[in-house]
Ligand binder design. Structure first.
Ligand code: XMP
Length: 313
């Protein structure tokens, strides 16, 4: 689709104004590109009638709530941080199947946490940053993206008690970035690497526990620090479930494994592993082993998407 950015913005702002009318709307900002762009669009359309919340679900990367709050404070947009860590962890307890994990996150997010916020605020609309890639893969039955409903025959009004407005549904990631730039988002936000809605839970194979979240969060911080600025589309650390024999301080250690994925892609539909210099990979392994307790093995994915997917869960 040829994108005329200004026309697109005007059209979407009008659509939001018409849909919401005199009511109130809410949007959840995760700090990712899509929800940041929706926050900007929504505020342009609704001003103070849009309440923007950041749900601290305990699955976020290091320092995210602070970073998001400070970026949007500079743009004069107030962000409310809502602590729902206990609810998310409880919903994920004992869940190991990838689709069940996604479903648990969907339910706790849309039904419980958002349902409550919407009831308390009397908002009737949720603005959210679903993009075309999310829809494609869900409809194709590859992955149930956490934020796709209508295309699966689910009516959010019936299921959760509010309507969902999706201004970015025609766009892919490259288009979203262009719109974000035009709306005045800072470069570090509109060029940010994609991050999935289910957050670090999409990067833990097996059960999501507080301890395992801490491990993948630390590994993610090291990976992002070392692979940023290399021109890759997306990069991540994945915590595996099975353990391998390793050694630490001359003793046998049946430890955990981290898999690094780093992707070249334009729109996430297909992707190839970035040809990172071997020295960079070696340094990454050394830093992960030093900084993340319990890890004895670091591997690099060399499979393309398809048949792989970008995230592991
Ligand atoms: P996959 O893993 O399906 O990812 O190849 C394609 C792109 O989408 C992101 N992703 C998600 N985004 N909700 C989202 O909002 C999700 O449930 C989800 N799962 C994957 C992923 O990071 C990649 O950029």
């Amino acid at each position: 689709m040829e994108l005329n950015t200004e026309e697109f913005i005007t059209e979407k702002v009008n659509e939001i104004v018409t849909a919401v009318g005199n009511g109130i709307a809410i949007n959840a900002l995760s700090g990712g590109v899509d929800s940041s762009v929706v926050t900007m669009l929504g505020h342009r359309a609704l001003g103070k009638k849009l309440r923007t919340v950041f749900i601290q679900n305990g699955l976020m990367r290091e320092g995210e709530p602070e970073m998001v709050k400070s970026v949007f404070h500079k743009l004069d947009i107030a962000i409310e941080i809502i602590d729902a860590q206990k609810e998310f962890l409880a919903a994920l307890k004992g869940v190991t199947d990838p689709e069940k994990k996604r479903e648990a996150i969907t339910q706790i997010f849309y039904k419980k946490v958002f349902g409550r916020i919407v009831r308390e605020s009397e908002a009737k609309f949720l603005l959210q940053g679903t993009i075309l890639t999310d829809v494609d893969e869900t409809v194709a039955g590859i992955k149930r993206q956490h934020n796709v409903f209508a295309q699966l025959g689910i009516d959010p009004q019936e299921a959760f008690g509010y309507q969902i407005i999706e201004p970015l549904i025609q766009l892919r990631k490259d288009g979203v970035r262009v719109v974000g730039k035009a709306l005045g988002l800072p470069e570090e936000v509109f060029t940010r690497i994609p991050f999935p809605g289910p957050a670090l839970a999409a990067r833990i194979i097996g059960e999501v526990t507080e301890e395992r979240l801490q491990t993948v969060r630390k590994a993610t911080a090291v990976t992002e620090r070392m692979l940023s600025g290399k021109g890759a589309f997306q990069y991540m650390a994945i915590l595996h479930e099975d353990r391998v024999t390793g050694m630490r301080e001359d003793r046998r250690d049946f430890g955990q494994q981290i898999e690094i994925r780093c992707w070249d892609s334009v729109d996430a539909r297909t992707a190839t592993p970035t040809k990172l210099p071997f020295g960079v990979l070696q340094k990454l392994a050394v830093n992960i082993i030093q900084e993340v307790p319990g890890i004895v093995s670091v591997t690099y994915n060399i499979t393309t998407k398809p048949p792989s997917t970008i995230e592991a869960v």
